[in-house]
Design a protein around this ligand. Sequence first.
Ligand code: AMP
Ligand code: GLY
Length: 424
Amino acid sequence: MNVLIIGSGGREHALAWKLSQSKDVDRLFCVPGNGGISDVAECHDLNVSDTAGLIDFVRRMKIDLVVVGPENPLAGGIVDAFEEKGIPIFGPVARGANIEASKIFSKELMKASGVPTAPFQIFDDYSKAIAFIEKKEPPFVIKADGLCAGKGAYVIRDMEEAKGVLHNLMVGEIYGSAGKRTVIEDFLPGIEASYLAFADGETILPMPASQDHKPLLDNDLGPNTGGMGAYTPIPFINDAMDRDIRENIMLKTIASMKEMGIPYKGVLYGGLMISQGKPYVIEFNARFGDPETQPIIFKMESDLLPVLVASVEGKLKDIKEIKWREGVSVCVVMASGGYPERPEKGKIIRGLDQFKSEKDIMVFHAGTRKAGNEYFTSGGRVLGVTAIGADYEDAIRKAYDAVKKISFEGMQYRKDIGRKATII
Ligand code: AMP
Ligand code: GLY
């Protein structure tokens, strides 16, 4: 089969790396790709939002399966457009991607189907939102309805801040129409977990649960980022809770969408808060997580291709199980100086060539570009240094030993990725 991956991040490098090992993949393409992906796939710098151009490319290259990484093309209906032309594509249709692209759609669906989530109210009127929060005690959470590149949720600690956020979103329209409607919800204290599952419209095949580290600095301080590291599995979801999440959150959500006439295929990603021993959904995403995909896919022993094909064809129940490597997988993100506000670019990356034959270490590329035999930084999150170890201590040590051998000017990384697993 010829396969095309759409995207350019660490998540897409993990998918490309894994698919490049499949015996059934003949040619692997990526649009637009990055420095690391160009080592395992043919990268083409096409415009991802030009659906007609992509369809033309898919036909010329005789591509049999398209795999979509990021949320924007999904929300924009790339799957609908490809399906209309009869091109197999992994990901949900636009109405399914709404589970991520509209917090209001997602909260209403959860409420209607009894999926546990924080109590909430929806507002399209600024003065009504202000009147509502005046009667509320912080902490609470304000969320823009639409996609804001991961920046649309605000945990509110004081009233003045809340008023400023509502004004910026609903009146100032800092995120355009994405923030004109808002959700205000109760704050849930607890531990966050990412629960990703393959879906085929009917059933699901879960991946091991993982944990992201969103803030820039150690101990969850500093500004939020796309994610500074992740590890899998996590020690605070036992088998009983896993079953509960699978049945009462993931399958219920897929079933509700099916009832609405939405065949949800692709990855359903539950962003969970484990609060007082019970899982609640903080948000859903309609795609693989980044950086969670890097440690998860590094741990995957089975071939990824048949799972993707079964999702697209509605045949996941034919896949009895996915085999995972034993142990713990940890991914430490190395980011550019200035990230997340103004990441520096164009810095040479040193030390990458020493891991090529390591079975337990993989350096996934995100914001990198290759020129000749050298790699240069080209974005905020640059690398996801991923290691597998026998336990948390071993995996963390291996990941950081590898990080210390890599360098680029201005680099920053958290020193505590995976630590939460060792203190619980
Ligand atoms: P979201 O964009 O919805 O994932 O929210 C971003 C971050 O805000 C989450 O990763 C949580 O840390 C935090 N958050 C969002 N909603 C809540 C909530 N209801 N209770 C506590 N924290 C929340
Ligand atoms: N790791 C967070 C996300 O993919 O949205």
